[in-house]
Design a protein around this ligand. Structure first.
Ligand SMILES: *[C@@H]1O[C@H](CO)[C@@H](O)[C@H](O)[C@H]1NC(C)=O
Ligand SMILES: *[C@@H]1O[C@H](CO)[C@@H](O)[C@H](O)[C@H]1NC(C)=O
Ligand SMILES: *[C@@H]1O[C@H](CO)[C@@H](O)[C@H](O)[C@H]1NC(C)=O
Ligand SMILES: *[C@@H]1O[C@H](CO)[C@@H](O)[C@H](O)[C@H]1NC(C)=O
Ligand SMILES: *[C@@H]1O[C@H](CO)[C@@H](O)[C@H](O)[C@H]1NC(C)=O
Length: 192
């Protein structure tokens, strides 16, 4: 097989491209623009969430302001690598308010615990957009309306804890498609 200069150059260029692609992949796992947009989306969603809370007697949301990066806000935990919200843990804080539908704009949350507060209004169907969600705990609040069938779109859900609220209607039959579900706690509601 004759090794011409052309074929050598071609192999050289291909190899160079592969190395370039590999190194780009190593050093920039997510395009920078996506990261900036991404964490701005998370921040907006959290600010909207806060805006629907009318009473915060322990002042847990006092740190939720521009002086701190949102990953340091009390109750918020972010992934180490991409600075995106992975959990929102605000249980037993005597919070009063509704759950903002904007919460559905978070892209990577795995765990929500808003249990043992005074959230009223409906469970926003937008929660169904949180396809990575594993644990949802909204127990011991004053939530009304029906269980949104869209929750069945959280296909990784393992723990659905919504007991001790004022939910009514039937358990949506779509919930049966949640194949990872291990805990479903719905007692002490007005479900039929
Ligand atoms: C942010 O919150 C902290 C802690 O509550 C407070 O000391 C600070 O003044 C606040 N900053 C702004 C810009 O509101
Ligand atoms: C948002 O992303 C930008 C760019 O990656 C980064 O500089 C900034 O610290 C991030 N902000 C927060 C609050 O995570
Ligand atoms: C976030 O969610 C709200 C309500 O679900 C929606 O109106 C809004 O367009 C969404 N997107 C952003 C980027 O805030
Ligand atoms: C849900 O949250 C409540 C209030 O914090 C807590 O008592 C309960 O153990 C939690 N349940 C699950 C299954 O996480
Ligand atoms: C609920 O799920 C349906 C698809 O099953 C989707 O079209 C709709 O936009 C979802 N609603 C919300 C509020 O996310």
């Amino acid at each position: 097989m004759a090794f011409t200069l052309e074929s050598f150059m071609l192999i050289f260029q291909l190899t160079f491209h592969v190395i370039l692609l590999l190194s780009l992949d190593l050093f920039a796992p997510i395009p920078v623009s996506a990261t900036i947009l991404g964490n701005e989306t998370d921040k907006l969603a959290l600010i909207e969430f806060k805006s629907k809370i009318s009473d915060d007697p322990f002042g847990v949301l006092a740190t939720w302001n521009e002086s701190f990066p949102f990953c340091q806000w009390v109750g918020v935990a972010c992934g180490l690598k991409h600075q995106r919200v992975v959990s929102l843990l605000l249980y037993s804080q005597k919070l009063i308010g509704t759950i903002s539908p904007h919460i559905g704009n978070l892209s990577f949350p795995q765990s929500f615990n808003l249990g043992d507060n005074s959230f009223h209004g409906k469970i926003p169907p937008e929660l169904g957009r949180l396809i990575r969600l594993r644990q949802l705990n909204l127990s011991s609040n004053l939530l009304q309306g029906e269980i949104p069938p869209n929750l069945s779109r959280c296909s990784k859900l393992m723990d659905l804890t919504i007991n001790n609220n004022q939910l009514k209607g039937q358990v949506p039959f779509e919930i049966g498609s949640l194949s990872e579900l291990e805990v479903i706690s719905i007692h002490r509601n007005n479900l039929t």
